[in-house]
Design a protein around this ligand. Structure first.
Ligand SMILES: [Cu+2]
Length: 170
């Protein structure tokens, strides 16, 4: 289950890009930028295409480093089957019917806490970062979770504006 936010001293050895700090014991890493353009919102690996697909291995300690390189606030939610809820402007997307982290232990590492908000309902829930904020999610996906998942940002208009990506657990 949710293990809470953890502050760790800076990693020793080779400097790491971005904040220069990362969770310990990672075997595999993925960096994902969250941002917007004048007409769209997106997740993308640095230098990569918006929307992925992003791939991570099962059975290894993996770390996903989310960096909000945009100006808007963005969030990370992962799952399958987009859930739609009624709103004043009709049905709008709001999370997933099957949440990836609902029953999966994961640690969230935040090195600049004032820019990040962590919801702890239903596993790690949604993770929000303001402009310039970044956070890491560290977990190990079991083989039973292999397959195609999706990540999305459900800030108003963002998912509809393209802020979703395919996450493949291989
Ligand atoms: Cu967003």
């Amino acid at each position: 289950m949710f293990a809470g936010c953890t502050q760790e001293p800076a990693a020793e050895g080779t400097p790491i890009p971005a904040s220069g700090r990362e969770p310990k014991n990672l075997v595999e890493r993925l960096t994902i930028n969250m941002a917007e353009t004048d007409s769209s919102f997106y997740f993308a690996e640095p230098g990569g295409s918006p929307g992925g697909p992003f791939q991570l291995s099962s059975g290894k300690i993996v770390g996903i480093h989310f960096i909000n390189v945009g100006d808007d606030e963005h969030e990370f939610v992962a799952g399958r089957g987009v859930k739609y809820v009624p709103s004043a402007s009709g049905e709008v997307p709001d999370g997933y019917n099957e949440a990836l982290f609902e029953s999966l232990p994961a640690d969230v590492f935040v090195y600049k806490p004032q820019k990040v908000e962590v919801a702890t309902e239903g596993g790690i829930g949604e993770l929000e970062a303001e402009a310039g904020g970044d956070f890491w999610v560290r977990t190990t996906f079991p083989d039973s979770m292999k397959g195609t998942w999706e990540m999305g940002c459900f800030k108003p208009g963002h998912y509809e504006g393209g802020m979703k990506a395919t996450l493949v657990i291989a």
